[in-house]
Every structure is written in C-alpha cells, then in structure tokens.
Design a protein around this ligand. Structure first.
Ligand SMILES: [Zn+2]
Ligand SMILES: [Zn+2]
Length: 344
C-alpha cells in the first residue's frame, strides 16, 4: 500500500496552530497503522493550544487528537493480520508495561509517561502507528464514530471505579460538557437513586436528558445533599461547590482539569469534620479502557447521541470556536470527521 499522506493539525507552540502535510510511517514489527476517521476535540486540546496544560504532560510540536477511532490500514510483521481493515479504537496511553505502576495495573501512572495527542503525535493527521496490543476492535454493529468517545468514557469509568458508587446513591455531576454527560450516563451502571447535573448553560438540558440524568439545573446545588459528587467542569469553583454539596461521609470525585497552577479554596475543617473523601483521577487504565469497549460493543452504553457538531479538518477554526464559545445550541462532543467520511 502507499503510505497515507495528508493534512495534520499541528500545535507548534502556544496559540500557534497550523495545518501541515504529513506522511504516516509504515508499521514496524508488532505495530499497526490506523487511519483515523473520527477525532473528538475537547477542553484539554484547548489547554494544549493555549499553553495552559502542565508542561510535564505535553511536548510540542504536536499533532492534536487523543479521542479517536478509525480503521486498520496496514499490519506490521508479527501482528494480527485479521485486523486489516477492521474498525478500531486505540488506547492512547503508551504505557511501558514493565515499571512498578504498570505491573500493578496503574498504566495511567506509568513512570515513563507517553500519550498519543499529548507527548506523541495524535490522530488529527493521515495515520497513526501504534503497538498492536493497544488496539481494540469495534463490533460490526457499533458506529465507528462512537469509538471516538471511548477515551473520555474510560477517563470517567476509571474515576468512578475508584470512588465506588453504591446502589441508591444520590449523585450530583457538576459540569455540562461531554465528560459530565458521560459521568451521568456511566454512573447508571451502579443503579443510583437519582442523578442531577448542575451545569451553566440552560441549552444543555436536552443533552442531560439524553445522558439519562434525572434532573438538570443551572442553579446552585443544594448543600450537603449528595452521597457522591462528580466534578467534571474543570474549574476551581466547581471543586469548591462539590465539597459544599456532598453530605457528611460522602465522596467527591474530581475529573476536571482547572489549569496548571490553579488553586481552590476548600474549608479543610469541613473535610475532616464531615468525613469527606476527596479523590482525583488521572486519565484511564488499560482495564478501564477495555471495560468501556466491552460496554460499547455489547450495546450497554450508547454515547453517540452526545455528538452534536461535526467538522472536516479544514474547518478547524470553526470547530475550536464552537468548543470555546458555543453557538447557543446544545453542545456535546465536537467531532472531526476525516477522510472519505468527512462532511462536505
Ligand atoms: Zn479529551
Ligand atoms: Zn510503565
């Protein structure tokens, strides 16, 4: 086959975003070449573009794109030939597999951090060469586009597994972006009594309903009222609200990234006196990724209705504008559709 060649969206430095022509390399032994078809854009991409992400977790220049799916275009030596042409999703955390953290299953904490779309070129280009063991096949009846939501769903699922929801929990999700909507959707796996989303944009109520939340509010959440609060807004104010909203003995999961160096004001006495568990969660593990793929392939979850905006790569400025400021309509996942699937 001829090597895929085409445009790539490259961050050269803070606020320096360009389209460059790139050629995908051929897969080596044990590797696959995957042609991305769908690539989600998220708030973390904006932080990379703006230079707001902790520099320990990004290296420039960088091809963006860490939420993606595609098809296997070429199979390297010693890799599974049956995957040729298959629709797939690819774990983006390139864990070493041998360090202390990897060996205990905490691949998200691999001491040699490397992740597609952060420290290694991501999927907004003509092709990505990846280790075959990170590639997961999508079931034939799952739209390839839905696979691009596996990454944020795996981030959410890993956090939920750590914070341990219990049946009957009254759950509050703070935030109204894709991570918040996925949190409302995935926490259902634990049969909560009630799930409320507290957002800022009234137009998101329709999507909150799509994510199976019981209630959506743009008002201040009730204080000390929730067993489990998931912070998915990515702001210090949301973390403060989360600590206020959780009941005595309750749990708070922090998933949002508020920006490098930002600090929240938390009444420390309340944390102790109210016996509150406050837990951050970074990225996803190989296990949580595999679990999300199983949930998707079995039809247990259907995140595709959360995709609301689709763009070709040439419309990247418009896509970024929509993600930053919205257009007044409900906004879930903003998706780039590449290659022959691209909107015209
Ligand atoms: Zn993301
Ligand atoms: Zn490792």
């Amino acid at each position: 086959m001829t090597a895929p060649h085409g445009p790539a969206l490259v961050v050269r430095g803070p606020h320096d975003l360009v389209v460059e022509q790139r050629t995908a390399p051929a897969p080596g032994p044990g590797q696959l070449l995957v042609t991305p078809s769908h690539v989600g854009l998220c708030g973390t991409d904006l932080e990379i573009i703006d230079g707001d992400l902790d520099p320990a977790y990004v290296s420039l220049p960088l091809v963006l794109g860490h939420e993606w799916s595609g098809r296997v275009a070429a199979v390297g030596a010693n890799a599974d030939d049956s995957l040729a042409g298959a629709p797939v999703v690819v774990e983006g955390v390139l864990a070493c597999g041998v360090c202390r953290e990897c060996r205990r299953g905490a691949t998200n904490l691999c001491t040699d951090y490397d992740e597609l779309g952060f420290t290694t070129d991501g999927a907004l280009g003509p092709g990505v060469v990846v280790p075959a063991h990170l590639v997961h096949r999508l079931a034939a009846d799952v739209p390839v586009e839905a696979g691009a939501l596996v990454e944020p769903a795996a981030v959410v699922l890993r956090g939920l597994r750590e914070i341990r929801p219990v049946p009957g929990d009254r759950v509050l999700v703070i935030g109204d972006g894709t991570v918040a909507l996925l949190a409302a959707m995935l926490v259902r796996l634990w049969s909560p009594a009630h799930v409320t989303i507290a957002g800022r944009r009234a137009e998101q109520s329709e999507l909150a309903h799509t994510s199976h939340a019981d209630a959506f509010t743009t008002g201040d959440p009730e204080r000390a009222a929730y067993d489990l609060v998931v912070e998915a807004a990515g702001s210090t104010a949301a973390v403060e609200t989360a600590v206020q909203a959780v009941r005595r003995g309750g749990r708070v999961l922090v998933l949002g990234i508020a920006g490098h160096g930002q600090t929240a004001r938390i009444p420390v006495d309340d944390l102790v006196n109210n016996d509150i568990t406050l837990r951050g969660s970074f990225s996803y593990t190989a296990a949580s990724w595999a679990e999300v793929v199983r949930l998707l392939n079995s039809g247990t979850i259907d995140p595709l209705p959360l995709v609301t905006h689709r763009f070709g790569l040439d419309a990247f400025e418009e896509a970024i504008k929509i993600l930053r400021a919205g257009d007044g309509s409900p906004r879930g996942k903003v998706m780039f559709v590449l290659g022959e699937d691209a909107p015209r």
